[in-house]
Structure formats: structure tokens, C-alpha cells
Design a protein around this ligand. Structure first.
Ligand code: UDP
Ligand code: MG
Length: 220
């Protein structure tokens, strides 16, 4: 719409949002406080994937108070990959950083991801090497999934499940995402020649038992 007002930014944070009403304010604070110490110009693209709670109102309020926040809204729930893909398409940054909206990723890790990218990579994938999953039911399936994806794609990452990554935008331009494919983007990118690195010690607030069993906790 206001294309003439748009300018490109250094980087775009892309966050799929599905029923994250209670997390949005804290998420915004965490992102801005992590990035405002750097002198980078950035935008935050929040994609409301058909939330049934007050997420969209919360996002609209943020966008009204901070022009760096851009909101996309789906009419119904299309899933995390579709939401992320719409965010990638709308992003104007030369570096694109997807992350989860449920406070399971820590935006304080973003400057390190970007530093790593600047060492000469096209994709830097987060690795939650200190992850403390309490539930074996989460750890074993994720180990099996990692082994399977490694052998199928020939790209050996420790942690395909970590949403927090940094991409040079050219890497994403040629990739169409569908299904649950967001996990495989580094592998797809590598197959077309992208240099992929992994960055360890990425914070992953794993699924810890919620303090009160009445609330679902941060694990969607
Ligand atoms: N999400 C989404 N659409 C969905 C399900 C999830 O946009 O249909 C968002 C969700 O709000 C969160 C991110 O995708 O920001 C990751 O979702 P979730 O926490 O459910 O995934 P997990 O942590 O279990 O991999
Ligand atoms: Mg989650």
C-alpha cells in the first residue's frame, strides 16, 4: 500500500503467532531490548496464523505504537510453516531471522547469530546444545528426527527443531515452503550451494512442567 514509504532494513525478525496473547507483550520487550543495544535497523513481522484468542488485538496495539512492527493476519489457521513463509515474503531485511512466538527462543541470541552469518555464511542455524528437556518423550523423537533428516539430506545439523536461525534473504527467495518444511530450509539451501553453519549454546526454553498444572505453560 504505502510502498513509497517502505525502505529496506538490516534485518527482519519473523514470528508466527497462534494463540500467543499472553506472550506477545513479553516477546516484544525481549526482542526490542535485545536489539536496541545494537545500532541495526530492523523490523518485526508478526504473522497471526488465525488465532482464536486476543493475539491479533495485542499485535495491532504494538503496531500502532511501534512502526517497526508489521502484522499479517490469516483468516484461519494454516500452520507454522505457512505463517513463516508469509512473513519471509513480506520481509524487507537483507537478513531474515525466524523465531517462535511462545518465548521458547531468546532474542538475546540474535546478535550472535548475525555475527556468525557475517563470518561468511548464508544460513546460521541455532543449536540448543544445553537444552534441558525434562520429558524423554520429547528428546527421543527429536533425536530420531534429526538422524533421519541428516541422512536424507546430507546436511548434518544437531538441531533441526530450533526455529531461531539467520538467513541471507537470497537463500529464501528461491524456496517455496509448504507442509512442515520450515525445518528443512537449511538442507534445501545447502543443496543449492548455500554455506550453512550451526551456532551452539542457543537458549531453548524447553517444555518444562508448568508451575501450575492449570495453565499449559510455554509449550504449545
Ligand atoms: N504456530 C503457528 N501456527 C500453528 C501452530 C503454531 O503460527 O498452527 C506458532 C506458535 O504460535 C509459535 C510457533 O509457531 O510461535 C511454534 O509453535 P509451537 O510452540 O506450537 O511449536 P513447538 O514449540 O512445539 O515446536
Ligand atoms: Mg513452542
Amino acid at each position: 500500500l504505502h510502498a513509497y514509504l517502505e525502505r529496506s532494513v538490516n534485518f527482519s525478525i519473523v514470528v508466527p503467532i497462534y494463540n500467543e496473547e499472553d506472550n506477545i507483550a513479553e516477546l516484544y520487550l525481549a526482542i526490542t531490548s535485545a536489539l536496541d543495544t545494537t545500532d541495526s535497523d530492523y523490523e518485526i513481522i508478526m504473522v497471526d496464523d488465525g488465532s482464536a484468542d486476543g493475539s491479533f488485538s495485542a499485535l495491532k496495539r504494538l503496531a500502532a505504537q511501534d512502526q517497526r512492527v508489521k502484522v499479517i493476519r490469516f483468516r484461519r489457521n494454516f500452520g507454522q510453516t505457512a505463517a513463516m513463509s508469509a512473513g519471509f515474503d513480506a520481509a524487507s531485511g537483507s537478513i531474515i531471522i525466524p523465531m517462535d512466538g511462545d518465548l521458547q527462543n531468546d532474542p538475546a541470541d540474535i546478535p550472535r547469530l548475525i555475527d556468525k552469518l557475517h563470518e561468511g555464511y548464508d544460513v546460521v542455524s541455532g543449536w540448543r546444545s544445553d537444552r534441558k528437556d525434562t520429558f524423554i518423550t520429547r528428546k527421543i523423537p527429536s533425536m530420531l528426527a534429526n538422524a533421519l533428516i541428516s541422512s536424507l539430506t546430507g546436511v548434518h545439523l544437531h538441531d533441526y527443531g530450533c526455529t531461531l536461525k539467520a538467513y541471507r534473504r537470497e537463500v529464501l527467495d528461491g524456496i517455496n515452503l509448504y507442509g512442515e518444511m520450515h525445518r528443512f530450509v537449511p538442507a534445501l539451501a545447502s543443496q543449492v550451494g548455500a554455506k550453512v553453519a550451526e551456532l551452539r549454546s542457543i537458549t531453548g526454553h524447553a517444555c518444562m512442567a508448568p508451575a501450575s498444572t492449570a495453565s499449559p505453560g510455554p509449550c504449545g
